[in-house]
Design a protein around this ligand. Structure first.
Ligand code: ADP
Ligand code: ZN
Length: 731
C-alpha cells in the first residue's frame, strides 16, 4: 500500500499525522502477508504496528497478550478511536465473554485480545477456526523464551497456532533484544521466512541524570514540585522503604501511594488503577510495579536506591515518556550504595550466579560514577550506539552540564594529603568527612579528628569534593578500588604531582539545576517527533484542557489518556483550533474523537480566547443547553424503544460509558427521558444519592471512593443524572 494511503489510515483511525520511526516498514510487511519479528524499545509504538494492519487487512486480528490488566485499557483506547475491539480473559463473566465471542463470529470485531491460557484451550482454538482470522500478533513475545527474563510456560502453546493456522501471518513483538531470545522466538514460533525489525534502543526524549545521594530527599521534593500534578514513579529498595517514603511524601504535600508485592491483590490493583487514572500521581514502589503499567504520560522515573542491573534500570526508566514528550530519569547515587545489595548477593549459593550478580551491580555502580555520556554507556550495554556519538547525546546530565576550567590546585593537594594521612584505607566519603571537619563518631573513633588535614576545606561541599576526586581519578592521580567497599589511594603519578607543586585545572561541572532544566526542555522538545511539543503552547489553556479531559474520562469511566494523550493536549493548546476542521489537523485527533469530544474542547478554547473565566462545573450547568449529535440521537431512539444502556452499548458496539455519556447529553439538552427506569435498585440508589449530596463538585472519583467497590461508576452516574433531571424539573 502506498505511503499516502497508509498515512490516511493512520489519521483516520488513530488521529496521528506521522509514523514513528520503524513503524511503516513493519506495517507494510504485515500487509504483504509476511511474518514479522518486531523488536522496539518500550514506548516505541509497537501496538500500532499490528493495529493498523488489522484495520487495513479487514477480518479479525488476534492479539495474544500476557498482561490481563492492560487488555481493558487497550480495548478502551481502541474504542475511543471508534475501532471495534474485544478482549477475552479470566476477568470477564461468562455472559460478557459469550457476547464478545458472538460479536467476533458475526464479523463485528477487528481486534480480539486474549491471554495465552485462553489460547491454550482447545475449545478456544476451535472457536478461532470459525472466525475470519487474518493476522496473529504475539505481544511480549520474549515470554516464549527460557532465556528471557520473563518466561511463561503458557507461551509455548502458541507454536500450535502456527501449525493450526499455517496461512495466517504472525507478528511477534518484544522490547527484549538479546540475540539469543530473538532466535528462540523465531524458532519456537516456526516463523520461517520472517522479516526482522530491530529498531534502535535510544529513547531520545528521556533525560538521564544521576544526583548525589547526599540531599536526595530535598532533591526529590524539588523534582516533584517542578512536576506537580504529573505522574511519577519512585523506585525504592525494600517494601518498608516504599511505605516510609510514601508517608513522608504525602505528609510533605505530594500525595503518594506505596506499591510492593507484600500488599494484597486488591490494594495492588486499586493502586495501579488510581495511578493509571491519574488520580494519584506518585507511586513509591519496588520493582514489582511496572509490568502492567502502560501509562503514556509518566514524566519522571526516580531510582531512590541503586538498582541491581543496567538491564533492569533501563527497563524501569523506559516507562517514562512513552508519549515521546520530554521526561526525566533520575538515579540517586553514592559510592557506598552497593552495600545495600551485599546481604542479598552474599546469600546466593551458586558461585557463578553470585559472580554474575556482582558483575551486574558493578556495572550499575560504574554508571553512577560515570563522567562521560550516560546514554552512550546504557546503549553500549545493549550493543547499540548513538548516531552522533562524538558530541555525546546532549540529553544526559553529563552532556548537558556546563563545564568550565577550574583551578583546583589547592583543594587537590589537600585531598591527596588527606588520603595519605588516613592511610589509604578508606573510601572517598570518609576522606571528605575528615576534610570538612565532620563530627561523626567514626572520624573520632579513628582519631582522624586529630590529623592536620581535619577540617581544612571550607570552600567545597561534599559533592564538590566528590567531583574533584572523580577528576583526580580520571587524571590518574588518585586510584579507586572496585568492589564492595571502594577505597582510594594516591598513585605514583599523584605523589609526583604533590611534590612538583604544579598548577592543576580540571574541567568541572558548573551545576546549576535551573539552567540545566531549561536547556533540556529546549533540547528535548526540539528532538521529539510529535511536532506540537516543539512549539510554544499556552500553559494556562493546557491546564484547562487537562481539567476537561479529567471530567470526560471520569464520566466515561476510562483513564484520562484514553480521551487524549498529553502530547495531543499540548498540540491543541498550541494550535488553539477555532473549528472542527482545524482541530482535526492536530496530531492525535481523529474523526471519532473529534465527533465525541470535539465540541467540548472547542468550547473551552473559545472561552479561553474570549478571556471568559472558565467554568469549573460540568458542561451541564452552562447557560446554553448543548444540542445532541447524530450518534446521541441514535441512542435516544433506542432508549425510546425501551432498551437498557447495556443493550444499546452491545448493539452499537460502544462502551457502556459512552452510551451513558449520551444519555447525560440528552438529558442536559432538556429532552425527555425516563431516567428512573434506568436506575439501579432503590436501596442502592438511595445510598448513592446520599454520597452525592456530600460532594461539592459532583466529581465521580471521590464519590466512588466513598461508596466502595460494590458500586460501579455507571450506577453513580445514572443516579447523578436522575438527580439533575429532577432538579431541572424543580422536583
Ligand atoms: P510500546 O508497546 O512499544 O511500549 P505503545 O504501542 O504503547 O508502545 O505506544 C506508546 C505511545 O505512543 C502510545 O501512547 C501510542 O498511542 C503512541 N503512538 C504510537 N504510534 C504513534 C504515532 N505514529 N504518532 C504519535 N503517537 C504514537
Ligand atoms: Zn549524554
Amino acid at each position: 500500500m502506498p505511503t499516502t494511503d497508509l498515512k490516511r489510515l493512520l489519521k483516520q483511525h488513530f488521529g496521528y499525522d506521522e509514523f514513528r520511526p520503524g513503524q511503516e516498514p513493519i506495517i507494510s510487511n504485515a500487509l504483504a502477508g509476511r511474518h514479522g519479528l518486531v523488536v522496539m524499545p518500550t514506548g516505541g509504538g509497537k501496538s500500532l504496528c499490528y493495529q493498523l494492519p488489522a484495520l487495513a487487512r479487514g477480518g479479525l486480528t488476534l492479539v495474544v497478550s500476557p498482561l490481563i490488566a492492560l487488555m481493558k485499557d487497550q480495548v478502551d483506547s481502541l474504542r475511543a478511536n471508534g475501532i471495534s475491539a474485544e478482549f477475552l480473559n479470566s476477568s470477564l463473566d461468562n455472559a460478557t465473554a459469550a457476547r464478545a465471542e458472538r460479536r467476533a463470529q458475526a464479523g463485528e470485531v477487528s481486534l480480539l485480545y486474549a491471554a495465552p491460557e485462553r489460547v491454550s484451550m482447545p475449545g478456544f482454538r476451535r472457536f478461532l477456526h470459525t472466525l475470519d482470522l487474518r493476522l496473529i500478533a504475539i505481544d511480549e513475545a520474549h515470554c516464549i523464551s527460557e532465556w528471557g527474563h520473563d518466561f511463561r510456560p503458557d507461551y509455548r502453546i502458541l507454536s500450535e497456532l502456527r501449525t493450526e493456522f499455517p496461512e495466517t501471518p504472525m507478528m511477534a513483538l518484544t522490547a527484549t533484544a538479546t540475540e539469543r531470545v530473538r532466535r528462540d522466538i523465531v524458532e519456537q514460533l516456526a516463523l520461517t521466512d520472517c522479516s526482522e525489525f530491530v529498531s534502535g534502543f535510544d529513547r531520545t526524549n528521556l533525560t538521564y541524570r544521576v544526583l548525589p545521594r547526599a540531599g536526595a530527599w530535598e532533591s526529590l521534593l524539588a523534582l516533584l514540585e517542578e512536576r506537580r500534578g504529573q505522574s511519577a514513579i519512585v523506585y525504592c529498595f525494600s517494601r518498608r522503604e516504599t511505605e516510609e517514603l510514601a508517608d513522608r511524601l504525602t505528609a510533605s504535600g505530594h500525595p503518594t501511594l506505596a506499591y510492593h508485592a507484600g500488599l494484597d491483590a486488591d490494594t495492588r490493583r486499586i493502586t495501579q488503577e488510581r495511578f493509571i487514572d491519574g488520580e494519584v500521581p506518585i507511586v513509591a514502589a519496588t520493582i514489582a510495579f511496572g509490568m502492567g503499567i502502560d501509562k503514556p504520560d509518566i514524566r519522571l522515573v526516580v531510582h531512590y536506591t541503586l538498582p541491581k542491573s543496567i538491564e533492569g534500570y533501563y527497563q524501569e526508566t523506559g516507562r517514562a515518556g512513552r508519549d515521546d514528550l520530554p521526561s526525566d530519569c533520575v538515579l540517586f547515587f553514592s559510592d557506598g550504595d552497593q552495600r545495600k545489595h551485599d546481604f542479598f548477593i552474599n546469600r546466593i549459593v551458586d558461585d557463578d550466579l553470585q559472580y554474575a550478580a556482582r558483575q551486574q551491580l558493578q556495572q550499575m555502580v560504574d554508571y553512577g560514577r560515570l563522567q562521560s555520556c550516560r546514554r552512550k554507556y546504557l546503549l553500549a550495554y545493549f550493543g547499540d550506539t548513538i548516531p552522533s556519538a562524538e558530541g555525546g547525546c546532549g540529553n544526559c546530565d553529563v552532556c548537558l552540564a556546563e563545564r568550565r576550567s577550574v583551578d583546583v590546585t589547592v583543594v587537590a593537594q589537600k585531598l591527596l594529603s588527606a588520603v595519605i594521612r588516613t592511610g589509604e584505607r578508606f573510601g572517598i566519603g570518609h576522606v571528605n568527612q575528615v576534610l570538612l571537619g565532620s563530627n561523626v563518631a567514626r572520624v573520632k573513633e579513628l582519631g582522624h579528628d586529630k590529623l592536620s588535614v581535619f577540617g581544612i576545606v571550607d570552600d567545597y561541599d561534599r559533592n564538590g569534593l566528590r567531583d574533584v576526586a572523580n577528576g583526580l581519578v580520571e587524571r590518574g592521580l588518585l586510584a579507586r578500588t572496585d568492589g564492595q567497599y571502594p577505597t582510594v589511594s594516591v598513585t605514583p603519578m599523584g605523589r609526583e604531582w604533590l611534590q612538583s607543586r604544579q598548577t592543576l585545572t580540571l574541567d568541572m561541572r558548573a551545576d546549576q539545576p535551573a539552567t540545566q532544566r531549561k536547556r533540556h526542555e529546549d533540547r528535548g522538545a526540539g528532538r521529539t517527533s510529535g511536532g506540537a511539543s516543539a512549539q510554544d503552547y499556552d500553559a494556562a489553556l493546557f491546564e484547562q484542557l487537562r481539567a476537561l479531559r479529567r471530567r470526560l474520562a471520569d464520566d466515561e469511566g476510562v483513564p484520562a489518556f484514553v480521551v487524549f494523550s498529553d502530547a495531543t493536549l499540548r498540540g491543541i493548546a498550541a494550535a488553539k483550533p477555532a473549528d472542527r476542521q482545524a482541530m482535526l489537523r492536530v496530531s492525535g485527533v481523529g474523526p471519532t474523537k473529534l465527533e465525541r469530544y470535539g465540541e467540548a474542547f472547542l468550547r473551552v478554547i473559545r472561552e479561553h480566547s474570549n478571556g471568559a473565566r472558565q467554568s469549573s462545573h460540568p458542561a451541564g450547568e452552562m447557560a446554553n443547553p448543548p444540542q445532541i449529535n447524530e450518534s446521541q440521537a441514535h441512542t435516544l431512539r433506542m432508549l425510546k424503544q425501551g432498551l437498557s444502556i447495556a443493550e444499546i452499548a452491545n448493539q452499537r458496539g460502544l462502551a457502556q460509558g459512552t452510551i451513558l455519556a449520551h444519555v447525560e447529553r440528552i438529558a442536559l439538552a432538556g429532552m425527555e427521558i425516563d431516567a428512573a427506569s434506568l436506575l439501579p435498585l432503590p436501596e442502592k440508589a438511595e445510598r448513592i444519592s446520599a454520597a452525592i449530596a456530600t460532594s461539592e463538585d459532583g466529581r465521580l472519583a471521590p464519590i466512588k471512593q466513598l461508596l466502595g467497590d460494590e458500586f460501579t461508576y455507571d450506577e453513580i452516574r445514572l443516579v447523578r443524572l436522575a438527580l439533575n433531571v429532577k432538579k431541572r424539573r424543580g422536583e
